[in-house]
Design a protein around this ligand. Structure first.
Ligand code: HEC
Length: 319
């Protein structure tokens, strides 16, 4: 490991400790995203998210490709390495495909809302040893504001995203379906598809529907005989379960996590079954989806007691 890489490792380690500071320097936030949010912006940014400007797919095949990309966009496992360890996904910087005016990752950001994507912190390929953070763009912004052509025939978007994953973030080579999915998802983000509300509350229901969508994308990938993509889709479903789990890290809701964790273990076992080429992965996913209501209902019942509730989150930060 050269000096820059070693320095990056140390910095990441310190982010884990220092970044856990939450409002009060001694109270670690159970929410991972607090690590890259300035203290004074955490309450807002952890309870509200920008709305997604996603154009509806014109046919079922495209819908499937977008679903794969949308799920890949939301798991740190796509990026691998340091980013995965820190919990960073595409979605951390481009929240719901938009920007993130609050993003402040020590060593990676300058002013909030910027990131250095040629940083040696995350990459052994692109690190230029200089700090040059730039504003994180809204991927659903007007075409005139974007640098990379969305034109499918140019493949510029695929080339750019591939470079981001394997060079910028030192991630593993994405499968063809994953790269195609990410480009399809980004192309489907459009300023003309924004809902009327610019922001929405972060809710259990949305995370559950993302979990379900990722699981269905895994199943479709198995049907398409693409186990590697299926595996990533399950990683995305599991990332989502992790985001739900941390919202129930209060004394009143601790029990609700049991069923959630069991559901996560089952997904991990299905991943292992896929790795060992077992043929029953799809069937097990059908059973897993059918069993969701069992562990979802206590979560729904107690959502107001959990850290999805802005007041609870504030109380926790004040303690
Ligand atoms: C650490 C924050 C961060 C992460 C994580 C991140 N990006 Fe970005 N992204 C940026 C920044 C900053 C830019 C602007 C770079 C520039 O202008 O040179 C950018 C630019 C882009 C662009 C080009 C936008 C344009 O102008 O056309 C695309 C597309 C994109 N990112 C997609 C992704 C995808 C897909 C992922 C996950 C594989 C991802 N980003 C992960 C910060 C991030």
């Amino acid at each position: 490991m050269d000096r820059q890489r070693r320095a990056a490792r140390i910095l990441i380690a310190s982010v884990f400790v220092a970044g856990l500071a939450f409002a009060d320097a001694n109270t670690p936030s159970p929410l991972r995203a607090a690590r890259w949010l300035p203290v004074d912006r955490q309450q807002q940014a952890l309870t509200q998210e920008p709305s997604e400007c996603l154009a509806p797919a014109t046919d079922a095949k495209l819908a499937q490709r977008i679903a794969i990309g949308r799920a890949a966009f939301r798991t740190p496992l796509l990026l691998g390495g340091q980013a995965a360890r820190a919990g960073l996904a595409c979605n951390s910087c481009h929240r719901n495909g938009r920007g993130n005016p609050d993003f402040a990752f020590p060593g990676l950001s300058g002013a909030p809302g910027t990131a250095d994507v040629t940083s040696s912190l995350m990459s052994s390929h692109r690190g230029d040893g200089r700090s040059n953070p730039v504003a994180i763009p809204d991927l659903s912004g007007a075409a005139s504001a974007l640098k990379i052509s969305r034109e499918p025939s140019s493949r510029a978007l695929e080339t750019f995203i591939h470079g981001l994953i394997v060079e910028e973030f030192d991630g593993p080579e994405p499968t063809a379906a994953t790269l195609d999915g990410l480009a399809s998802y980004v192309r489907a983000l459009s300023p003309t598809s924004c809902p009327s509300n610019a922001q929405r509350s972060i809710r259990l229901g949305n995370m559950l529907s993302d979990t379900r969508a990722a699981t269905l994308a895994a199943q479709a990938s198995l049907t398409a005989k693409d186990p590697a993509t299926a595996r990533l889709m399950l990683a995305s479903a599991r990332s989502m379960l992790g985001l739900i789990d941390e919202r129930y890290a209060t004394a009143a809701t601790a029990h609700d996590r049991d069923g959630l964790r069991e559901a996560d273990r089952e997904l991990a076992q299905i991943q292992a079954a896929i790795d060992s080429k077992a043929a029953n992965g799809s069937l097990r996913l059908t059973a897993w989806l059918a069993a969701m209501p069992r562990w979802v209902s206590p979560l729904e019942r107690d959502e107001a007691l959990s850290l999805f509730n802005a007041e609870r989150l504030k109380q926790m930060a004040a303690n």
